[in-house]
Design a protein around this ligand. Sequence first.
Ligand code: PLP
Length: 364
Amino acid sequence: MTTPQFVLQPAPAISAEERSSLMKDLGFGAVFTENMVRIRYHVDKGWHDAALVPYAPIQMSPAASVLHYGQAIFEGFKAYRQKDGGICTFRPEANARRMQSSADRLAMPALPIELFVEASDILIRQDQAWVPPSVGESLYVRPLMIATEAALGVRPSKEYLFLMFASPAGPYFKRGVKPVSVWVSRDYVRAAQGGTGHTKCAGNYAASLVAQRQALDHGCDQVIWLDARQREYIEEMGGMNLFFVYQDGQRVRLVTPSLSGSLLPGVTRDSLLKLAVDLGYEASESTVSMGQFEADVAAGKMTEAFACGTAAVITPVGHVQSERGSFSINQGQTGPVAARLRDALLDIQHGYAPDVHHWVHRVV
Ligand SMILES: *Cc1c(COP(=O)(O)O)cnc(C)c1O
């Protein structure tokens, strides 16, 4: 089957005035650019009907299989304004590959990596005026794929719709990097081995909301997820991966939970594992239990903990709370290692530091 050619049918651009008023107080994911990419799939035709079209509501049958059986996956990555005024995305092929892996787990078709990256380039070039100017700001790109066949039999859909749209994003946390408090969930689990935890499928997030509500009820910002079997090994925080920092004199060692099969393999996680080594830290993947977490903080060996992901980059963990008690890390303050890694990553993303790992993809 051939690769479809994109048809360009963009919306008329809104005025610069209207755009700048919409971009005035940027939050996250509330304002969308004028256009989106759409590509359809049918088992008999493959990927076809690729187009850049106005961002608009979509129509589908009430019998569309996504509405009943949940074949829905998504991705998230960002376009960054560069030091030289241009625009780059960060490791978009990694997101394309992960979307293929999510698709595979949900018996959905794989969108070719080149098509994913081309879709992103076309959309961002068209809506480039929406990429904000400052470091820490970005244009967040949201690809998704859903099953659209109108059929109530429980089996993989024969038709799918891929969409990619964009939303200008301010710094995820308005008042700078502020440590979060976390609730350790022992009532609920996010994912189990053999399940869908390693994919960005919509159902994972639906299943997480009640635990997030429980965290808020306990006065915490976020949930810490433990492994499904023993409820002891730390997996993730909300929709972000976790890192733990051990410091012994000059020696700094980072540990992140291993990809056990139920963790989401974050692009930020993978990048930080490499960037940490560039900065002279040691970095490894291992299991970390709740007992070890609390004991190592109490012993002063573990000096920081932070979460990482595309949306918020790095978020320090300040306080940990569970049914069994609570403790603080680094007096609830942002630590120097988290701050340094965050700056170093943003510098690469915005073109202020050399891109030694070839992570940056030039769009404009
Ligand atoms: C998206 C996501 C992450 C972070 O992945 P990045 O590629 O770094 O943005 C981590 N955990 C979960 C559950 C996620 O959905």
